[in-house]
Design a protein around this ligand. Sequence first.
Ligand SMILES: Nc1nc2c(ncn2[C@@H]2O[C@H](COP(=O)(O)OP(=O)(O)OP(=O)(O)O)[C@@H](O)[C@H]2O)c(=O)[nH]1
Ligand SMILES: [Mg+2]
Length: 364
Amino acid sequence: MPLSIGIIGLPNVGKSTIFNALCAGKAAVENYPFCTIEPNQGIVAVPDPRLEMITELSPSKKVVPAFIQLFDIAGLAKNASKGEGLGNQFLGHIRTVNAVAHVVRCFDDPDVVHVDGTPDPVRDAEIVETELIVKDLETVERALEKIEKAAKTGDKDALSKSEPLKKARSLLEKGAAIQDGTFNGKESAVLRELGLLTSKPVLYIANVDEQGLESGSAYRTSLEKYAAHKGRAVIALCGKIEAELTELPPEEQKEFLESIGRNEPGLNALVRAMYSLLGLQTFYTLNENENHAWTFTRGTSAPRAAGKIHSDFEKGFIRADVYRLEDLERYGSMSGIRNAGKLRSEGHEYVVQDGDILYFKFNV
Ligand SMILES: Nc1nc2c(ncn2[C@@H]2O[C@H](COP(=O)(O)OP(=O)(O)OP(=O)(O)O)[C@@H](O)[C@H]2O)c(=O)[nH]1
Ligand SMILES: [Mg+2]
């Protein structure tokens, strides 16, 4: 399964609207015959202009993009961490995802009820974040209690976990997320076992109205300032417009986008931001049968990258021929690139770079 993002936020802010728009109209993707696996779970292709460009220059019968997995998580109310409503159960769903997209309402609409009367993006974001922090604090305290009991029996292993947990506790007590702290490798390993909610990378989605989209708004600006302060990204889009867009046939979609001065749906930028939030990069393989985008994390060696395609490729790895989209644009084909002396041949130690086009040579 691809890495996953959980869509979170207060109730009624547009999470499901955005989730459904993300999953709409992408049903026939190979390997994932149904985008929406369950009503609240979907697999989404990553819109990739590089893959499109590659396919224009070097057509193939099939094109396989990269994917991410999405979860639409029900709204978190104040005191969700205390088990109020269904909130507590949904906090559990956040535990299983790799990163979080936090939808914040930045639109006025008297027809859409806001849990606290009117939107206030910073207050609203903080309500949700506080719930996650309170829940984490509870988790850490429980773990510390266990450790103290074990330590009394002389369990050295338990004792070694105590310091990282205390460090996490004091961070959470200050109202900060685990993400905002600095933990070394050993400390992180201890915390990882607990699956803390605030340890996951966060991206904000400002759900704006048309004006907020075109020229910005006070709501949007306040969220952007808040996010910048935390070193997090914001993607602004209008859930309502995105949902309407998915209903249109491609031609009309294009016209509509042009009429609002855009060349692609806001969802495309959102999915790319999610992909990079997950720390993912892409390499490509191409031939006349299939142009394929493959997902990897920074620091992956050429043989490991080959292993993503087939374990035999990794076991029998000899070398990888490497080139870039720019080379393909310039010389037209891999043989053109080779003839120009621009094809690089890399060995076991090579660290794959985002955007590399690879051709593996291997023994079986
Ligand atoms: N005006 C306006 N309304 C929106 C927008 N996005 C969503 N809505 C409306 O807001 C209401 C709630 O949207 P949902 O997507 O169901 O909200 P949610 O966050 O999933 O809500 P819960 O799952 O109950 O927490 C619906 O009536 C939507 O039509 C938007 O961009 N503008
Ligand atoms: Mg919903």
